[in-house]
Design a protein around this ligand. Structure first.
Ligand code: GLN
Length: 535
């Protein structure tokens, strides 16, 4: 195999310009040309990983197959490329320093003074090269969080400079900037872009390609101007105009020839066009739905849609499959009024979460879904609360709860398993990453997956308390998915309900454009059927 090419994606002018989507789109285009690609995110914050971050800070915490708690951009990477990522795909400054400090304590630096340059930068370079070393990839795309000029980004930019210097032909640098439109002047302005290129140049890095986020088309004049002032050929000035959906970005980048520029810069063969037919069909379905269906997402981070990113995207994938537009109604669990908030929806999803806030509202929403026979999907905490609701309202254990919320409950229907009871620290003993699950043939879950043996990703600490199994089954709640290694409940269903499924795992993490999550496909289908019957 040839040498792995390293592509860096940095951001200038402002944050939130969509480096993750540009990286994922480039990966998609290269992949559609037959290259193998992986994407990595380097985050300049000091947390070791985003596992302990409040979703209000950086949105959802995304979980990989190998159980890494990562930045939500990794979700975009997987949804676009359909390739799993891993721990090695997300590095933070915290982890970099931790590794360096561990080495220092072990004496690996042989008495030398340990410094940002070269020790921190070497550790960053090592993390970048690690993916390339596997020999599996033609391209490693490395997205660097933050904005050029930030103090905390400097060691990363220095690592890019060094890698470029050491291996010029195999490295390309993309800078994503913003070209604002000044209404009063009636003009697009290139100066912020010029300045962020200058800032990057001050650190010794000349971008090869400049991708410009803009609300208006860039004229050839503007492109030429950016090219001239920023020291790149005009063909390397790429327009990234605002689009209706992120799933349009790869096709737009193809039109703009971002992939061709990258191939040229890294001296790779430029063969036929990328094969994007499946993608185009998917996009067509998103843009031309034949009907709509309304689904409530009951959670506590409703002010910030990024907190439920993967769930939202899973609905888009499932909707495209059924040619239906899924309208998500974000319902704040804390002050829910079920009669009002849920009266007009055809499906109810109760979201994952930690802690007590909004718990009773979630239970009310579940009771409503169960008694009104509205299709229901409970994910992780949503499944756990479905168990609590059933225990309280069907089994009449009024005090039933999860011991996460009430450690003194007489009916801890959701509880810590033996090996977790000594837990004191956050994160340490969570069940994280992919675990096997065996499905009951006669179940909604089996209908969805069409297989007995499945595997899904987890992120939780509490479990269904097996000592209550028989009581629940007798009253009509079935355990249709079990982890075969530890006999843990993975899926609950109420067979006499049209579609009532709760899952301890997170099906949303594995939903991609080409492979939508089966449970979302079937949940949306059930909601469509409910909608037809009730209107
Ligand atoms: N807080 C619950 C637990 O730890 C559920 C977690 C989740 O919804 N991801 O088990």
């Amino acid at each position: 195999m040839s040498t792995t090419k390293n592509i860096f994606v940095l951001g200038g002018v402002a944050s939130s310009l969509g480096k993750g989507i540009i990286s994922a789109s480039l990966a998609k285009l290269l992949q559609a040309r037959g290259f193998s690609v992986t994407i990595q995110k380097l985050d300049p914050y000091i947390n070791i990983d985003p596992g302990t971050l409040n979703p209000y800070e950086h949105g959802e915490c995304y979980v990989t197959e190998d159980g890494a708690e990562t930045d939500l951009d990794l979700g975009h990477y997987e949804r676009f490329t359909n390739e799993p990522t891993s721990q090695a795909n997300n590095i933070t400054t915290g982890r970099v320093y931790q590794n360096v400090i561990n080495k220092e304590r072990r004496g690996d630096y042989l008495g030398k003074t340990v410094q940002v340059i070269p020790h921190i930068t070497d550790e960053i370079k090592r993390s970048i090269k690690e993916l390339g070393k596997t020999g599996k990839y033609d391209f490693v795309i490395t997205e660097i969080g933050g904005t050029v000029g930030d103090i905390e980004s400097l060691p990363y930019v220095e690592a890019v400079r060094q890698m470029r210097f050491e291996n010029y032909q195999n490295v390309a640098v993309i800078l994503l900037t913003y070209v604002p439109y000044l209404k009063a002047a009636g003009e697009l302005k290139t100066k912020p872009t010029q300045h962020s290129v200058k800032t990057l140049q001050e650190s010794g890095v000349q971008p090869d390609i400049i991708v410009c986020r803009t609300e208006y088309e860039l004229s050839q004049n503007i492109r030429n101007k950016i090219a001239l002032f920023c020291n790149v050929p005009p063909s390397s000035v790429i327009e990234s105009i605002d689009l209706d959906t992120i799933y349009e970005v790869p096709l737009k980048m193809q039109e703009e020839k971002l992939d061709v520029e990258v191939l040229r810069k890294t001296r790779m063969p430029i063969n036929a066009q990328p094969q994007m037919n499946v993608w185009k069909d998917f996009l067509y379905n998103i843009k031309h739905p034949t009907s709509t269906v309304s689904i409530a997402l009951v959670g506590k981070y409703t002010e910030l849609p990024d907190a439920y990113k993967s769930i939202n995207e899973s609905f888009i994938h499932a909707g495209a499959y059924h040619s239906v537009q899924v309208k998500i109604k974000l319902v704040q669990a804390e002050n829910i009024s079920v009669g009002e908030d849920l009266a007009d929806v055809s499906g109810i999803l109760v979201a994952p979460g930690f802690g007590e806030r909004g718990i009773e509202g979630k239970i009310k929403a579940i009771e409503y879904a169960r008694t009104q026979r509205i299709p229901f999907l409970g994910i992780c905490l949503g499944m756990q609360m479905a168990v609590v609701e059933f225990a309280r309202n069907v089994l009449k254990h009024e005090d039933a709860h999860s011991s996460e919320m009430n450690p003194n409950t007489h009916y801890p229907v959701i509880d810590l398993m033996e090996n977790q009871k000594s837990v004191t620290n956050m994160g340490g003993t969570m069940r994280l990453g992919a675990y096997a699950c065996q499905l009951e043939k006669d179940s909604k879950a089996y209908q969805a997956y069409g297989a007995v043996h499945i595997s899904e990703r987890h992120r939780h600490r509490y479990e269904f308390n097996n000592s209550f199994r028989r009581e629940f089954e007798t009253a009509g709640m079935k355990f249709t998915g079990i982890n075969p290694d530890n006999d843990l409940v993975e899926i609950i269903e109420i067979p006499e309900h049209p579609w009532f499924v709760g899952v301890q795992f997170h099906p949303e993490y594995k939903s991609t454009v080409v492979s939508p999550a089966p449970l979302f496909l079937h949940f949306v289908k059930a909601a469509m059927e409910y909608d037809q019957k009730n209107t």
